[in-house]
Design a protein around this ligand. Structure first.
Ligand code: AMP
Length: 565
């Protein structure tokens, strides 16, 4: 490593916080290197017992921000049957996700965490509640049910968390929230998180929070930051397809040297292994490595025997690599400031640089926060198709051959080979074979014949009411109303027929009276597509799509039978 960079505010580390050893070691195991900005701001006042009103989107690390202090409330040794913490969330997906996260952080403490949501048999939840739980993560409707039955008793509560409060209000849970909050004991800590802070949320906060600290992450900073001359773009890929998407982007971009940023040490290690398996020369760099190991990595990078550095923010702090051409965010950074800092690694001293961000469909909000912060658009591009990769590889082959011809070096020594084959084959055929050999030396993902599904960012609702989580699949938060069950429709046309997401959204919106926002996840494969629409409208959408043309042709349209695809 050389020099010292203008790193983001380093602040404290997890082990500077008065968290229990069991929790700290869970964080080490997860590979978290340092707190995210919201964790930095929220955890200390929460540990002091303050109420908190936080404005933060999903993906900023807010779950750990409230979960870690909450786990400190768990008693040592034998614990009573009643929960000390209640976390309210809008959807069942979020209930499962948040309870899984708290379970992981609190495993060493033996934390008993129970997700409680509508749609699951109530008897199973009853049994668990009777046996004793420390933390309940519930959708409001089902929580009210249990409170009414006397199976969820709140008198031992020390902490109440409202997560994605705007989403809960949007989904019609306002009354349920009031019911729950008025059933809580007098003295407890209350936390409210919301991606947006409309007046209704502020009202709720004024009534139920006492002198809260306010934390805002991803807010619009005064004046856009200066961002260097860097071409910035984004690709949407599901978590599962990210390694393949990264490979394709690298093949098309053909960077001289690239740094790939990951969120955790574990992710760094996994991705390095995957990329080496795919034929890239990747090196890992993270805070768990000794100085000697890091120096070796940097030497290999400088000597250009490695072309990909996979690193965490912490490890990359202070690095200065001259020939770096590309910065790749394998994850959208949790704070716009760290995005700016990461991409500042390229485009220095007037050189051109490229910054590429892989975005998961539910991370729309983080992308918007970055755009607001930098004042620049992040162009969302389609992941290169197999045909794109082939075309690019041919182009690279052509460039390599041209360079070789222009170099006018000792090509003469190969003349004998051509001449000796000249009787058997004509010169043009011989050239083709030579090009084919050259082609094989140029990197390309051609063994990778399958197309990746084309997906798009989840739309934020108009007025910014939607949380990013759960996407179109807002299945039963325990209540009818604005929460919609989605049904999946099969359409027998896909990428090979030139279908793009907007064609499907267009056809559905034009023909069925739904708006584009009602359409959920879209998956486009080479030969068919799957679209989610509100279950109540599915039959009507299928009927109308059958009588209409998409991209000029009729396609098979039916309910998707294979719901577990
Ligand atoms: P959340 O905003 O709570 O949905 O968290 C987004 C993602 O960031 C989750 O996958 C967490 O596991 C991860 N995460 C949370 N805190 C950290 C941290 N300090 N370092 C690295 N990853 C984190």
């Amino acid at each position: 490593m050389s020099g010292h960079d203008e790193g983001p505010d380093e602040g404290f580390r997890f082990d500077d916080l008065p968290l229990r050893d069991e929790v700290l070691s869970a964080l080490v195991q997860l590979g978290y290197e340092e707190p995210t900005p919201i964790q930095r701001e929220a955890i200390p006042p929460l540990l002091e017992g303050r109420d908190l009103q936080g404005q933060a989107a999903t993906g900023t690390g807010k779950t750990a921000a409230f979960a870690l202090p909450l786990l400190e409330r768990l008693g040592e040794g034998e614990r009573g049957p009643r929960p000390v913490a209640l976390v309210l969330v809008p959807t069942r997906e979020l209930a499962m996700q948040v309870s899984q996260a708290i379970h992981t952080y609190g495993r060493g403490l033996g934390a008993r965490v129970l997700p409680v949501y509508g749609g699951q048999p109530i008897w199973r939840q009853l049994k668990e509640l009777q046996r004793g739980v420390d933390v309940v993560v519930a959708t409001p409707g089902r929580a009210v049910d249990h409170i009414g039955r006397g199976t969820l008793v709140l008198d031992a509560l020390q902490v109440v968390v409202l997560d994605e409060a705007d989403e809960m209000l949007d989904m019609g849970f306002s009354e349920d929230l009031e019911t729950i909050l008025s059933a809580t004991p007098d003295h407890h800590q209350t936390l409210l998180f919301s991606a947006t802070m409309p007046a209704r949320i502020d009202g709720l906060a004024r009534r139920y929070l006492h002198d809260p600290v306010r934390v805002t992450i991803g807010r619009e900073d005064a004046g856009a930051r200066h961002t260097p001359a860097v071409r910035q773009s984004a690709y949407v890929a599901s978590r599962k397809h990210k390694p393949a998407a990264l490979g394709r982007v690298l093949d098309v971009e053909a960077p001289t040297a690239a740094i790939v940023f990951c969120g955790t040490r574990n992710e760094v290690d996994e991705l390095t292994e995957i990329m080496n398996g795919r034929g890239y020369r990747a090196e890992a760099l993270h805070g768990g490595m000794s100085q000697e190991q890091r120096d070796r990595v940097m030497d290999r990078l400088r000597a250009e025997t490695a072309d990909l550095l996979v690193a965490t923010d912490v490890a990359a702090r202070g690095l200065d690599i001259d020939h770096l051409t590309h910065v790749i965010n394998y994850d959208v950074p949790s704070a716009p400031e760290s995005y700016v800092h990461r991409i500042g690694r390229v485009g220095r001293a007037g050189r051109e640089g490229v910054a590429i961000t892989l975005v998961e469909p539910r991370q729309q909000r983080l992308v918007k926060a970055i755009e607001r912060h930098t004042g620049q658009r992040l162009e969302v591009e389609s992941i290169p198709t197999v045909a794109d990769l082939r075309a690019r590889r041919l182009e690279l082959t052509r460039e390599a051959l041209r360079d070789r011809l222009l170099a006018e070096d000792d090509l003469d020594r190969f003349r004998g080979v051509l001449e000796s084959l000249g009787d058997e084959f004509d010169q043009f055929e011989l050239s083709l074979a030579a090009v084919a050999l050259a082609y094989e030396t140029v990197r390309g993902g051609e063994d990778d014949e399958t197309e990746l599904p084309e997906i798009r960012l989840d739309d934020a609702k108009a007025g910014g009411g939607a949380g990013g989580k759960g996407g179109g699949k807002r299945a039963g938060g325990g209540r009818p109303g604005p929460a919609t069950d989605m049904a999946r429709i099969y359409i027998g046309a896909g990428r090979s027929q030139g279908i793009r997401p907007k064609d499907l959204v267009g056809a559905i919106a034009n023909e069925s009276g739904l708006s584009g926002r009602d359409v959920g996840n879209i998956e486009i494969t080479p030969n068919f597509s799957l679209v989610e629409v509100p279950a109540g409208a599915a039959d009507e959408v299928i009927r109308t799509l059958r009588t209409t043309t998409i991209k000029g042709r009729r396609a098979t349209v039916r309910p998707d039978r294979d719901a577990k695809r």
